[in-house]
Design a protein around this ligand. Structure first.
Ligand SMILES: [Zn+2]
Length: 66
C-alpha cells in the first residue's frame, strides 16, 4: 500500500468541531505538571482560533513543516 501526498496551497482546512475555515491555527505549549511521563519533550497543542477546540497534539517541533 502506498500513499501519495499531494500539496495543495489553496486548500483551506475546515475545523472538525465548528466547521469554519481554518485560515489560521493557534498553538500553545502547556506546562508540564504532575506525572513524570509528561516531563519528556515539549508538547504543542494546536487549536481552532474560533472555537478553541484542540485539533491535535504534537510532541516535536516543526510538526506542520514536516
Ligand atoms: Zn473550530
Amino acid at each position: 500500500m502506498s500513499v501519495v501526498l499531494v500539496e495543495d496551497p489553496d486548500l483551506v482546512p475546515l475545523c472538525p468541531h465548528c466547521g469554519r475555515e481554518l485560515s489560521e491555527i493557534v498553538a500553545t505549549i502547556p506546562a508540564a505538571s504532575g506525572s513524570s511521563k509528561f516531563k519528556f519533550g515539549k508538547r504543542t497543542v494546536y487549536a481552532c482560533p474560533m472555537c478553541r477546540k484542540a485539533l491535535g497534539v504534537s510532541e516535536r517541533k516543526g510538526f506542520w513543516a514536516g
